[in-house]
Design a protein around this ligand. Structure first.
Ligand code: NAD
Ligand code: GLY
Length: 374
């Protein structure tokens, strides 16, 4: 992973993956700057994949910038929301590609949040056995996490992100200006993934986030620029060592085992992904304390920060009959599970994470406490 300042407004973080390496360009106005697209694979056709909310805001700006590079530009606008991260929506992308006669050089541009990015990546991985794609993330969450690293997927009713592929984009373009139109709830959801990087990898960053939380909530451009860059650097560093999650990359799922259970158990879209991850991190750090790895004071510290980000810290009841049983059943479907045993990302010591299973009675107690806390 390397970082460089291209000018006073634009920075680039490189993710080193051999012949799949690429740059993450971060700055104000990158979306509309033709220079952002120079050097991408040449083709006669580009397909912008976006959704019905983002299209009216940014589709034309992207299309104008792409016009100098691609003679033909098509757009497919998907229904908006996590509940549409499905086979049906994926098929709409394939329908559009096939009906326009798109060939295997066609470049896909994912313009939107993590839902659009994950689905476009999966479509790119499988259309004609693989076409190039570019991530143009428009949510904070997508800029700091989902657009980087090549995880692509759709949901299955029985489990989150269960059908997908590892497939790297050609480039990631983070335009900080687009965050201005993001609803406040979505900004908070993105902050969950920013906070995540502190306890798993960088306590100095956690200190910085604590100091700058008010500026981040107020969308201070400098604070957002630093948060996006540092998050991308940490993610690039982790993915550069373990692209396909055979080990270390799993630490990026801190809070996600509990969080995915919340998302699936509540019904996709009821809680935002970032909200579920925020609450899931509180549960995971509580588990770390219950296992004797971190002090209660660290649980308090992280809980307070998650709260300040505007995120929920009390876990929802998923089943009034057998709430703990429902959590456990959903968590067993997690991709990290092995032979039905749930594996959690825990904090070994602040700034360092690892993966392990935990005794059933401890996990049960953490779920009970988390659903009552507050
Ligand atoms: P999202 O894609 O649903 O976007 C959130 C909302 O904001 C949507 O309504 C969207 O239309 C709207 N929006 C997007 N950009 C906007 C803008 N600039 N202005 C106004 N509105 C805008 O949600 P998300 O939080 O971006 O992504 C969550 C998804 O990302 C989940 O499906 C999650 O599983 C996935 N994810 C993937 C990875 C990965 O590594 N691939 C990592 C983390 C999360
Ligand atoms: N968001 C988890 C990962 O990219 O591995």
């Amino acid at each position: 992973m390397t970082s460089q300042k291209l000018d006073s407004l634009i920075e680039r973080v490189d993710i080193d993956l051999g012949d799949r390496s690429y740059g993450i360009v971060i700055g104000a106005g990158t979306l509309g700057a033709p220079g952002s697209y120079a050097g991408l694979p040449a083709a006669t056709t580009a397909m912008i994949v976006t959704n019905e909310t983002v299209a009216p805001l940014y589709r034309d700006r992207l299309a104008v910038a792409l016009a100098g590079f691609y003679p033909t530009i098509h757009t497919i606008s998907l229904p908006d929301g996590e509940s549409y991260k499905t086979w049906e929506s994926l098929n709409l992308i394939f329908d559009a590609l096939l009906s326009h006669g798109c060939d295997r050089k066609t470049v896909l541009f994912a313009l939107g949040g993590g839902v659009v990015g994950d689905m476009t990546g999966f479509a790119a991985a499988s259309y004609m056995r693989g076409v190039p794609f570019v991530q143009v993330p428009t949510t904070l969450l997508a800029q700091v996490d989902s657009s980087v690293g090549g995880k692509t997927a759709i949901n299955h009713p029985l489990g989150k992100n269960m059908i997908g592929a590892f497939y790297q984009p050609q480039r990631v373009l983070c335009d900080l200006d687009v965050l201005r139109t993001l609803p406040a709830r979505e900004l908070s959801a993105g902050l969950a993934e920013v906070i995540k990087y502190g306890p798993i990898a960088d306590m100095a960053f956690l200190d910085w986030i604590e100091t700058n939380m008010d500026a981040l909530i107020a969308r201070d451009p400098k604070a957002l620029a630093f948060a996006v860059r540092r998050s991308c650097e940490i993610k690039a560093w982790v993915v550069g060592q373990d692209e396909r999650e055979s080990g270390m990359r799993a630490i990026l799922n801190f809070g996600h085992t509990f969080g995915h259970a919340i998302e699936a158990g509540m019904g996709y879209g009821a809680w935002l992904h970032g909200e579920a991850v925020g609450c899931g991190m509180v549960m995971a750090v509580r588990l770390s304390a219950a296992l004797g790895l971190v002090e209660e004071s660290f649980v308090e510290r992280l809980t307070q920060l998650v709260q300040r980000a505007g995120l929920p810290t009390v876990a929802p009841v998923l089943d009034v009959g057998d709430n703990v049983g429902r959590y456990l059943a959903l968590m067993r479907v997690d991709k990290k599970s092995e032979a039905g045993a749930i594996r959690f990302v825990v904090i070994d010591t602040p700034g360092h994470a690892s993966m392990r299973s935990a005794p059933d009675h401890v996990v049960r107690r953490v779920i009970e406490t988390s659903c009552q806390a507050g």
